[in-house]
Ligand binder design. Structure first.
Ligand code: ZN
Length: 388
């Protein structure tokens, strides 16, 4: 069977394993959705793949009745002209459509039990070429030993394994020989972001996250080194902390950036240029690590990481608004080619405020304001949808 979707799996390259992640939508869409096609296939590692193609971005949830996997899609009607193309050798014996109110349940009957899918097993692909949106689910049978031991201890096989702690990589920018930008009063960016980074780590640890600081003291780390750090620790989210400077001293407020090869505006481009300058990487330059990452990831996979980053950044902007932190005038999320964000870990770069603005420079030094920023970031991370 022809599989047009790009394989999402663990990619081995240069000894580094890149876990490629899927994007999970949270918003409900009012527009009526339509089922286009359904198909199954076998992927390397005896994985069964189920692909559900829909006209619009699906708002969905998964459930696991006995020997079934059910994909519940909102705003959709059953369509008898769409029948699943079933490949041989998969865990799926057949696929049915069941209308439940305004939701279409796509019910896959399974030959063997499966564990609950996690985010890494689910990918939503954007339309491309002849394809509409495709929800791609990959899974294997739960191992015989696991079932046997569960039976032995009297557990139900569908019982959920304990929740994995989500890994947050906190990246205080600059450090060591690189002070970052410096305020009129002599405040150095590297000190502010380290202070905020340490506070953020403490608060996130309390909240039950697993956290790592790319630097816990005043040391210099390359931008690629930071991205590699996040990759090696299998981060679920990467938060790079910075403070800004603007030639105009009246400019103030925080801003949020995600990675894009094309800057959203001239100012964002200049900012990426200055943040990349520590490693003498221009906005068009790539480190070797970035080149490896780009070679390992298909454009669709890069797109999935970008979408998750965008989802986080939008939530982060909401959290900062809710905390009444002053925002820089303009769009709530901007885009620029930041070298530090080039990895498979979704994330954002936060410019916490302007050291070039006198009053904001003073504010950024106060523990109260730093705590306010930290609380807003913690909230944005708690609100981020890590799981399905
Ligand atoms: Zn910076």
């Amino acid at each position: 069977m022809q599989m047009k979707v790009t394989r999402r799996t663990l990619l081995q390259m240069g000894g580094i394993t890149f876990a490629v992640v899927g994007f999970v939508p949270r918003m409900a869409f009012a527009a009526r959705n339509a089922l286009r096609s359904m198909r199954t296939g076998v992927q390397p590692g005896e994985k069964t793949r189920l692909v559900i193609e829909t006209a619009n971005r699906p708002s969905y949830s998964l459930s696991y009745p006995e020997n079934q996997l059910v994909v519940d899609i909102a705003n959709m009607s059953a369509d008898s002209s769409v029948t699943a193309k079933l490949a041989s050798g998969t865990l799926i014996s057949d696929v049915k459509q069941v209308q439940v109110d305004d939701h279409l349940h796509i019910v896959a009957n399974l030959r063997k039990p499966i564990a609950h899918l996690d985010k890494s097993q689910i990918m939503l692909l954007e339309p491309n070429g002849d394809n509409d949106y495709r929800l791609v689910l990959d899974f294997t049978a739960t191992s015989a030993e696991k079932i046997a031991s569960a039976v032995k201890t009297g557990e139900k096989t569908e019982q959920k394994t304990p929740q994995k702690k989500h890994v947050i990589i906190i990246d205080p920018g600059h450090g060591g020989k690189d002070p970052g930008c410096i305020g009129k009063g002599g405040t150095r960016e590297k000190d502010i972001v380290l202070s905020v980074g340490r506070k953020l780590k403490a608060r996130l640890d309390e909240a039950g996250f697993k956290t790592y600081l790319t630097r816990a003291n005043d040391t210099y780390i390359t931008l690629a080194g930071r991205a590699e750090f996040a990759e090696a620790r299998k981060g679920d989210l990467f938060i790079s902390l910075h403070a800004n400077a603007n030639p105009s001293r009246s400019v103030k407020g925080f801003s949020i950036y995600t990675l894009s090869e094309k800057a959203s505006d001239e100012e964002a481009k200049k900012l990426a240029e200055s943040e990349n300058a520590a490693d003498k990487i221009g906005v068009d330059g790539f480190t070797e690590f970035e080149r490896d990452i780009r070679a390992a990831l298909s454009s669709l996979q890069q797109h999935a990481v970008a979408e998750m980053s965008e989802e986080y950044a939008n939530g982060c902007a909401r959290a900062f608004r809710a905390a009444k932190v002053e925002a820089q005038a303009g769009p709530s999320v901007r885009h620029a080619p930041f070298a530090v964000l080039r990895s498979t870990v979704p994330g954002a770069l936060l410019e916490l405020g302007h050291l070039s603005n006198g009053s904001e420079e003073k504010l950024l030094k106060t523990p109260d304001h730093q705590n306010k920023l930290v609380a807003a970031i913690v909230r944005s991370i708690k609100n981020y949808n890590f799981d399905v």
